[in-house]
Design a protein around this ligand. Structure first.
Ligand code: FES
Ligand code: MG
Length: 619
């Protein structure tokens, strides 16, 4: 009966679910449905299957993405969950981004992925979607797209990889990639040993096994309420991960029956505060701050209410409880064995908005009550990596927001990852590098005028200056100092650093140095930089007059560069460091779109036209 009524011209096609969604083409809805059915039947579906609610499953597997290498098994398990609950699962691809295989940086493509995700969710007849992803930029891109599309959505992450082993010591991507590379640079390990390490750093499918950006975003998705409580920590290669996938498919069918539970309904300012509480308590990746700001600014009712100041405010009351690399010493598998996110959230209960709604239809508090008290671990358990609330690893503010004349719109530092805590209050003369090429050319020069007290300043790696804002902010210690035993220095840039990295590193300085009005852009060798984390201050010790006169000179150089040859390297420093800013109006393709549209790190480095507020009124 249902079948023939689909073609009954006297009966209006009122349903908006399943295959009947968005029947707009041709001006004849019945014909559109008729045609759509004809084609989907080519895939072998029966009328019975086609009468079910449709759960789209976003597949981000690719031969270039080891972090999603378990995607096919997760897809199969999620489909099983959908089928068991009476839905029809239909998978579709979006682009796939891996950190190491997306040049110039995966961040350059995050917004493209969010557009792909948004438009494919919107275009296709899905009642709800399961978003399978995991690698750093994937989950934020997917959530940005899902908020804008605003159909019911639930995240399923691929899960962390297992640790590897070297000389009987556990190792894992990518904190130990960096530690060991630094040792190799300093001559502490030889070329044979670094090659052996290379075999073991990423020993299984899955995302980096420390509290890098991927793990951070997974925990944040739980904090936001967009993923079930137990979804963040099971290893990629575990059976628990497959059961999570099956369960996620089942929950997606629940969403098709509760279509009011869209991301814009689930997510409120309170959910974001919960997510930032999680971020601070896990000592998460600084990248997550940029992503959270971009995600919040996609939401019409939250945009502008979650800012860098929110991140700092939440930090001041939130202790660091999870002892994972790079802030601590353990791996995601330990965090999972210690109880994972449910155990952490129980510790954080007094700081959370427990009435925040989640994707299960229940509040965060109800979900925690369902899990009940977590059985305490034996005190000497090797996986004991979640500290009690009143005995934290770091009292508060693992991630701090700095302001001052050097960063009027803010900068970020992961204080808990500082190797040498003394540097959290430091002043010293700047050694300035004008971009990554200049850095590579000079950092190991034996004649570089640098001491352990110098401040390494890297310009030109902001969103526009080096499209994608590369993770070059953890400037390496100059080899001659590293060889002399220096392990940490104060570093300042407008770029990012990997969530798996550590050190006293100030990042995301806004506005970026490429902006002709930026103060970071006019810093010169020998200028004294003062950073005081306790007082949230980042300054260059120059008079306002001197700053203004340098900015004026720089603006003139920019104008001259624009008059002469756009984008062409010329002898003057001003034109070299501002060619991107000037030349972007005439750039073609996605890069042109990116350069003209990307906003600053304090707004999320999203495209202005994708934010809830829409295109910015540009200067
Ligand atoms: Fe994919 Fe680290 S490279 S999570
Ligand atoms: Mg990373």
């Amino acid at each position: 009966k249902a079948v023939t009524s689909d073609y009954d011209l006297a009966e209006p096609l009122s349903s908006t679910t399943g295959l009947r969604q968005n029947l707009s083409s041709y001006g004849d809805a019945h014909f559109s449905l008729f045609l759509r059915k004809a084609f989907i039947k080519a895939l072998g579906y029966s009328e019975d299957a086609l009468s079910r609610p449709i759960v789209g499953i976003v597949n981000t597997s690719s031969g270039f993405n080891p972090c999603h290498a378990n995607g096919p098994q997760l897809l199969e398990a999620a489909k099983r969950g959908v089928n068991l609950a009476g839905g029809l699962a239909v998978d579709f691809p979006t682009i796939s981004l891996h950190e190491s295989f997306a040049s110039p940086t995966s961040m350059f493509l995050r917004n493209l992925m969010s557009m792909d995700t948004e438009e494919m969710i919107r275009a296709q007849p899905v009642d709800a979607v399961v978003l399978i992803g995991g690698c750093d930029k994937t989950t934020p891109a997917q959530l940005m797209g899902a908020i804008s599309a605003n159909k019911p959505a639930i995240h399923l992450i691929t899960g962390p990889m297992m640790p590897g082993s070297h000389n009987g010591v556990r190792i894992g991507a990518c904190t130990d990639c960096r530690n060991n590379w630094a040792k190799y640079r300093a001559g502490a390990i030889d070329i044979e040993e670094i090659a052996e390490l290379n075999d073991e750093l990423a020993p299984t499918a899955g995302t980096c096994g420390v509290m890098g950006t991927a793990s951070t975003m997974a925990c944040i998705l739980v904090g936001l309420g967009m993923m079930p409580l137990k979804g963040a920590t099971p290893a990629a290669v575990s059976s628990a991960r497959l059961r999570i996938a099956e369960d996620t498919g089942t929950r997606a069918v629940f969403l098709t029956q509760n279509t009011h539970l869209t991301p814009q309904v689930i997510l409120t300012r309170e959910s974001f505060v919960n997510a930032i509480t999680v971020l601070q308590a896990i000592g998460g990746s600084t990248n997550a701050i940029v992503h959270l700001l971009a995600i919040a600014n996609r939401h019409p009712a939250v945009a502008g209410q979650i800012t860098l100041d929110t991140v700092d405010e939440v930090g001041r009351r939130t202790p660091l409880l999870v002892n994972l690399k790079p802030s601590g010493s353990n791996y995601m598998t330990d965090f999972h064995a210690a109880g994972g996110m449910p155990a952490l959230l129980q510790q954080l209960r007094s700081l959370l908005h427990l009435d925040a709604l989640t994707v299960t239809g229940k509040t965060l508090g109800q979900e925690l009550d369902l899990i009940g008290p977590i059985r305490p671990l034996a005190p000497d358990s090797p996986v004991n990596c979640i500290r009690p609330f009143d005995s934290p690893l770091y009292k508060r503010s693992s991630l701090v927001v700095l302001r001052g004349n050097l960063a009027p719109r803010g900068a970020v530092i992961k204080a808990s990852a500082s190797k040498d805590g003394r540097l959290l209050s430091h002043r010293g003369p700047a050694v300035v590098f004008r971009g990554t090429a200049d850095l590579a050319r000079r950092i190991d020069d034996p004649d570089l005028g640098v001491t352990a007290d110098s401040v390494l300043v890297l310009q030109g790696i902001g969103p526009v200056g080096n499209p994608g804002m590369p993770e070059a902010g953890m400037v390496p210690i100059p080899r001659k100092l590293a060889a002399a035993g220096v392990q940490d220095m104060l570093r300042v840039s407008d770029g990012r650093m990997s969530g798996t990295a550590g050190g006293t590193v100030v990042l995301h300085v806004a506005p970026e140095s490429e902006d002709p009005a930026s103060v970071l852009g006019i810093v010169e060798d020998g200028d004294v930089i003062a950073c005081d984390v306790e007082n949230r201050s980042l300054r260059v010790e120059l008079s306002d007059e001197e700053i203004q006169s340098r900015i004026t000179r720089r603006r003139q150089a920019v104008a001259e560069a624009a008059d002469t040859s756009l984008g062409e390297a010329s002898s003057g420093r001003g034109s070299e460091s501002t060619s991107h800013w000037v030349g972007r109006e005439s750039m073609r393709g996605y890069k042109g779109l990116y350069m003209r549209s990307v906003n600053q790190a304090d707004e999320g480095a999203d495209f202005d036209f994708l934010t809830a507020a829409g295109p910015a009124k540009t200067q």
